[in-house]
Unconditional design. Structure first.
Length: 121
């Protein structure tokens, strides 16, 4: 699981602020408080990776590639954030490659930084 601390959750605007990055995040199920600091969690297999720019994706760089059979674990760095994605092998991705990444909002988990409890979904 990737955990990203210091994320600002603005439930009324449906957004998560991760450093300079703003992610769309539909929270209509919950109606949480505005501007609450949370820990974002997302599993490596739920991160989408593209070798070309796409709407809703943000830029990252591959730092390390771990082959695991017909899939790879790609270690990514984006705006000082480090994360891992588990994806199908893509021959265009090597160490140092520029890629584009998306955290699908339906796959994001939010945790309370004070006690670690899951607060969304």
């Amino acid at each position: 699981m990737n955990f990203i601390e210091g994320v600002l959750w603005d439930a009324s605007q449906g957004k998560l602020q991760v450093g300079h990055l703003q992610l769309e995040f539909n929270t209509s199920k919950n109606g949480g408080k505005d501007h609450k600091e949370v820990i974002l969690g997302i599993r490596p297999e739920n991160i989408e990776v593209s070798v070309s720019p796409k709407q809703g994706f943000f830029e990252a760089q591959s730092d390390f590639i771990e082959p695991i059979g017909n899939r790879i674990i790609i270690h990514l760095v984006a705006m000082k954030l480090k994360m891992k994605a588990k994806i199908e092998k893509i021959k265009e991705i090597n160490k140092g490659s520029k890629v584009w990444v998306k955290f699908p909002s339906e796959r994001i988990l939010l945790f309370d930084p004070k006690n670690g409890d899951k607060i969304f979904p």
